[in-house]
Design a protein around this ligand. Sequence first.
Ligand SMILES: Cc1cc2nc3c(=O)[nH]c(=O)nc-3n(C[C@H](O)[C@H](O)[C@H](O)COP(=O)(O)OP(=O)(O)OC[C@H]3O[C@@H](n4cnc5c(N)ncnc54)[C@H](O)[C@@H]3O)c2cc1C
Length: 244
Amino acid sequence: MTNPTLVRWHVGRVIGRRYEADSAVRLELDVPTWPGNDAGSHLDLRLTAPDGYQASRSYSLASSGESTRVVLVVHEVPDGEVSPFLVHQLAEGDEVEIQGPLGRYNIRNPADPDRSPVQLIAGGSGVVPLFSMASAREGVEESADFRLLYSVRTPRDVLFADELGALSRTTVDIVHTRESPPRSVRPPGRLTRDGVAAVSFSASASPRTYICGPTAFVETIVEWLLELGHDPARIRTERFGGSN
Ligand SMILES: Cc1cc2nc3c(=O)[nH]c(=O)nc-3n(C[C@H](O)[C@H](O)[C@H](O)COP(=O)(O)OP(=O)(O)OC[C@H]3O[C@@H](n4cnc5c(N)ncnc54)[C@H](O)[C@@H]3O)c2cc1C
């Protein structure tokens, strides 16, 4: 569905918005000309100020399939140019321009005959495209096992909390870095190499691994996976920028 010939600018109208976490908003856009998109793809969103100044940023699609309803989740980067506006000011009825669907990196074709396990590893808002992949998998009969490892600061920062809990075909492990839920057995703390190894498929299972999040997070996880013996050819990454 992510066909370069279908990529162009579209106008989307905000038809729903709600806070998804402390500093993240879920935006639902109605985009009548949207061609649909694969799970794991993203778009470019462009804002134009009254004086003609434009700014655009990439956002992953939480939605997938043949729908003209597009769902994004935007996490606020303090002092950022675009994300604070999207999180706090963009209102229902407003229009934005979007270009897409984009990205062939994180996409996994459900018809792919490879049935080896799929490991998803997300840092912060990097969970958006990986949630989309896990969510799309719910409706597909296939034997590959999915696991999602999601690193997030506090329970209040968890995106898709209810939907992650409802996934029936993906094992979800959430690791809190700054504050754990009240009855958690794991004290808060950043992931470690051993921590990743404990809740992800081992190299001997030959998983396909998709990692998404802030640049430094992605690079650290890749380094650990290589140390743990994973095949670099089976690791896909998407970097959201920033350093943590
Ligand atoms: C393919 C792709 C998909 C993306 N999908 C999402 C998504 O689904 N949800 C989402 O919230 N964001 C996503 N991003 C990040 C998004 O594109 C913006 O970078 C982010 O919203 C910050 O934009 P800004 O204009 O507010 O900050 P800017 O004004 O661009 O940056 C301000 C400061 O924050 C730093 N910074 C920029 N981005 C980040 C970041 N992600 N984390 C920490 N620091 C940062 C910059 O280095 C700079 O110092 C994605 C990025 C890419 C490349």
